[in-house]
Design a protein around this ligand. Sequence first.
Ligand SMILES: Nc1ncnc2c1ncn2[C@@H]1O[C@H](COP(=O)(O)OP(=O)(O)OP(=O)(O)O)[C@@H](O)[C@H]1O
Length: 889
Amino acid sequence: MQIPSAAGATPSMAQWFAMKADHPNALLFFRMGDFYELFFADAQAAAAALDIALTARGEHGGQPIPMCGVPVHARDAYLARLIRRGFRVALAEQMEDPKKRAGKAPLRREVVRVITPGTLTEDALLEAAQPNLLLALVELAEKPRGRDRSQGAIGAAWLDISTGQFETAQVSRADLASLLGRLAPAEILADAAIPLGPWEDRRGVDWPPAPPRAEDARARLAQAFHVASLDAFGNFTDLEAMAAAMALDYLRLTQAGRQPHLAHPAPQGERGVLAMDAATRVSLDITETRAGDRSQHTLLAAIRRTSTPGGSRLLGTWLHAPLADLGGILARQDGWDFLLSHAALTEELRLGLRAAPDLARALARVALGQAGPRDVAAVGQGLTVAASLASQLPEALPPILQSARQALGALPDLGAYLAGAFVDPVPVRLEDGRAIAPGFDAVLDEERSLRDEQRQILARVQLDYAERYGVPNLKIKHHAQLGYVIEVPAAVSEKLRGFPELVLRQGLASGARFTSTELSELDQKIAAAAERAGARERIVFDGLVKTVMQARDAISACAAALALLDVLQGAARLAEQVGWCRPQMTEGEDFAIEAGRHPVVEAALAGRDPFVPNDCSLSPGQRLMLLTGPNMAGKSTFLRQNALIVILAQAGLPVPAATATIGLVDRLFSRVGASDDLARGRSTFMVEMTETAAILHQGGPRSLVVVDEIGRGTATLDGLAIAWAVLEALHNTVRCRAIFATHFHELARLSGIMPQLQPATMRVKDWKGSVIFLHEVTKGAAGRSWGVHVAALAGVPAPVVKRAGALLASLEKAGPLTQSAELPLFAAAQQQHDAAPGAELGQEPEADRLRQALADIDPEQMTARQALDYLFRLKDLASGASAADSLAS
Ligand SMILES: Nc1ncnc2c1ncn2[C@@H]1O[C@H](COP(=O)(O)OP(=O)(O)OP(=O)(O)O)[C@@H](O)[C@H]1O
């Protein structure tokens, strides 16, 4: 942003220039009385973004200064719009009371906060059900030379200032996309050399400077969390510590030196978490649909049965980071299983949870010194609800609920104390001196009664005056500029002018306003009493804030326990429904789902059509399902539902199936639905191949892969060849569990040479030449595609459909085109297979080459020396040297 030279500025503008120089990349909200004012380019940008009037105030360098303003009381609504549009805002507040200003110097102002997308705390700016994460990334300074760049290590630290969550992990460059997809950070601090892919627009401006050195980072973190060594919180790699320190530095910068309340950093590692890359998350609509909708048609929306915002956030976190360790999953399952079998208790708990406020976010605002009475009262109410929930939970509980109960019941008295501190309803602001409940503080009560006494005196004075001046409808009113005034109707104004102790201040058409010395004195007394009451209330409030801060770790643990209890009761509710079950999790490679369903499609169909459940077995012996079937038959739904069942199962939640047995999955790959990335100059086919490459590089025997129509984006022969080769690699090399959906029905024939391949198809009924989709998966391969019929269903004009039907019939009759599309490949495979039984497809059998080489020579014609040479060459050939090298002699 271009900042003009400060030379010749007025004193207030000089102050503005100094602050702007410190925050060149933020819009400076410069507090002037009841408004925040913006100047120069800030004003132009904000006026355009907010659609408010751009005016001018004064001149600078002979030019009018562009200016716009937003009222202080409406600040949050304007901030929300600016932040959503990617601006950062520096808030410059008045640090002294204008009434007490000495002399003509401008008021002291300071930037008290820089508001950025990753450092929001106001409810108005946050989404209740979403975490709001700031992520810092640090890459190893010396990149591994010559080696694959994807091997390079990256330290990551992420925190949610609005809840206090703070975690770290070290990932490889290749896994960075998965981490970004999982966290969906609001703001990312990263060196320009670290590519952020689709998250590029979240990169924080102007940051970072060089990350701190590892030892400094460790020391700074230890100091910030008051421990001798960072090791107290777990094993952090150097890169993790550096990233964590960088995130903390940034917070200090944006919070003008204040340290928000944060849980101590927890090294989390990618171990123990089901890895999913960005493409997988996008294709599964976990918390956001591909169209960007968060409120409906997502997995989260379909399964959410939580009652609190904290519970919703935790559930979203679970879905984006399902576990990969059996112990953790079983503990969660035990938790909701217990609640499921104690229905009456769980109903009571639900009632209690409904009354719980957003404890984590209220606490965060208290810690940042931004709390109003409602936040402190919310902490009190949250603790009260928590204590009552703890008392409802019995002694004998599964471990996960045991520890929740302990945290919930840790502060039984503080809740009641805080909740009793405020009047009901609790006012938003403290300023008017009426927030603290009467009886809570004796000194405050006394100041208030003095203030109120003066007010009663005022009422008596009004009666007095009315009598004294003979004006029965005389009123004493408060006026913003004049203070207390006598207001009388116009008709009697003349009469009052005759009294020397009354001074006429305003003559109006409807009446007149007078003041008197007596009234001015009373005014001052009342103001002083109100000020003393206000000051006392501030002291009482600060005391409450201090009390909260002393217990902040326990309150934070209590907030986490509330969220956990809420997610577990929500899971119990899901499991109550017919057809949801507790999956059996194993360390093996099983995958057997009976009557599985897609929770989102099922919810969308509800009331119209019944959802057809389908089994799916990918256990050893039939690891690879080859799914064929016409368009619209339900292939994508089936693929996604099995991937979603894995996510739910490993998040420790119930799954939509009659039964499920699942061997832990370490990586989940889902490639379903057309994707293109035209913005980055990559065609659909390019994206498809890049994503396929990722599966083949990263997948392993514990992975689950669901892919739809690999090879669809290119010519038939290329596509078929690629689909075939990928299928082969999944079967022979990756050896994962997979469902591979394709339109190349011919591939089903490969089951003859791929023992793990099970052909399956979506059943359809041919009814008078038209297709009826049964949405049922059965053994076998599709007979035909029905593409032309689906085109008709989709409303393609009848003449075009008719013409396509005629062409299809003639192509099927003529044969050669379809034959040529599949024959060369199949013929080649068949020849190899026949020539070398048991040999794997795609690898030239060595025995063949040796046989050929032997057939080429005539021992009768060779000298002993030549025979010996040839023997050596044959040996080379057998050990893998190329045939050309070996036999070129
Ligand atoms: N098991 C099911 N029970 C009931 N309806 C289903 C089922 N599966 C799919 N459907 C319905 O069929 C529609 C099409 O399903 P889906 O998109 O999965 O088909 P597809 O075979 O992948 O099609 P295409 O190949 O054109 O992408 C869904 O939107 C849904 O309405």
